[in-house]
Design a protein around this ligand. Structure first.
Ligand code: ZN
Ligand code: ZN
Length: 362
């Protein structure tokens, strides 16, 4: 089968014929229909986050279960599934606490780029190939652990709902789950790419007052279309001055999706005393955040979230239902679709900011 392989950090992906092994214990083989093109992979491909090579990236996959390995109880052939970027084991303290995106197995899988337990089912000749996030969705098929896949309704279009595997659910979940925002509370959303715009949609569902902040007017227009009440172009106006003008004070919550420490500092300045800043943007691993400790003396909180604190088995099918009912128009994020052999073109367009999100149709 075909897969897009990263052989060297910083190099383009190479479309290769590779071998995929049969699913082992608790694993499933899925024929992918679509995979979202997400910025997160780019951080690994460019070396801003570490990954072993060769590796197949791609973590926003959706497809149909073709085969199940021994011991699989939650899925069967024919099931439609979305693959989740954050693995959860179901057995650690975080999983028991109802915080599965914090699972202790998640980070090792990310760092080693293998299936849970260290297995690799991809080969090119004798050479084993890693699975980024335990997935490897830039391929026609994947073998993954059954707990990496969430069953969804069969009438949902895979080329749209695949986005819920990572970026979109991160945005929606951060806005709703992490904040626990109530109707009428205010939220400033910094960064209106695919994740930030998903947060706008989530905050809209929750009845919040939404201020979207970005450097590009085109993205702010999209934010307005998806439910932002106010927009601020941070290259033209200072959000720290403009937000108090709009709200009569700082925002109750700020979400940072840019992954830029200067934006994080600015966002902290934009919340009210006692307000909460949630950092969800992925800054390069070595960057350092500088803040005034005085901010803590007026009761501000800075916290983070992994994948919007979603509980995949509950939240993902729910977000799919909301999309199907027209309440969560995540299809509006998709600017373009590509074929697998156009993957490098898709990333170039993403880096240039030409598109909000694109999807590879297998
Ligand atoms: Zn766990
Ligand atoms: Zn992603």
């Amino acid at each position: 089968m075909k897969a897009a392989v990263l052989y060297e950090i910083g190099a383009p992906l190479k479309i290769e014929d590779v071998t995929l092994d049969e699913p082992q214990d608790n694993e499933v083989l899925i024929k992918l229909e679509a995979t979202g093109v997400c910025h997160t992979d780019l951080h690994f491909m460019k070396g801003e986050m570490p990954t072993p090579v060769p590796v197949v990236p791609g973590h926003e996959g959706a497809g149909i279960v073709e085969k199940v390995g021994p011991g699989v109880t939650t899925l069967k052939p024919g099931d439609h599934v979305i693959l989740m970027v954050a693995f959860n084991c179901g057995k650690c303290r975080y999983c028991y606490e109802g915080r599965p995106t914090m699972c202790v197995e998640n980070l090792p899988i990310q760092m080693m780029a293998t299936l849970p337990g260290g297995g690799m089912r991809l080969h090119k000749g004798d050479q084993a190939i890693h699975h980024l996030f335990g997935l490897a969705c830039y391929a026609e098929k994947v073998v993954v652990h059954e707990r990496s896949a969430v069953k969804i309704r069969e009438d949902a279009p895979m080329e749209v709902v695949c986005l819920l595997g990572c970026g979109t659910s991160t945005g929606i979940g951060t806005a709703i789950n992490t904040t626990k925002i109530k109707a009428g509370e205010s939220i400033a959303i910094f960064g209106c790419g695919g994740v930030g715009l998903s947060a706008v949609m989530g905050a809209k569902l929750a009845g919040a007052r939404i201020i979207a902040v970005d450097a590009l007017d085109s993205k702010l227009e999209k934010a307005k279309e998806l439910g932002a009440d106010y927009t601020i172009n941070a290259t033209k106006e200072d959000p720290q001055l403009r937000i108090p003008e709009i709200l009569g004070g700082g925002a109750d919550y700020a979400l940072e999706f840019v992954g830029n420490v200067d934006v994080m500092t600015k966002a902290l300045g934009c919340i009210r005393a006692g307000g909460i800043l949630i950092v969800a943007g992925m800054a390069p691993l070595t960057s350092i955040l500088n803040i005034m400790p005085f901010e803590f003396l007026i009761g501000k909180t800075i916290t983070g979230a992994v994948q919007g604190d979603v509980i995949p088995q509950i939240d993902i099918p729910r977000y799919v239902d909301l999309f199907m009912e027209g309440k969560l128009p995540i299809d509006k994020l998709i600017t373009k679709t590509y074929k697998l052999d156009q993957i490098n073109e898709a990333y170039e367009a993403l880096e240039k900011g030409e598109i909000i999100r694109s999807v590879i149709k297998m």
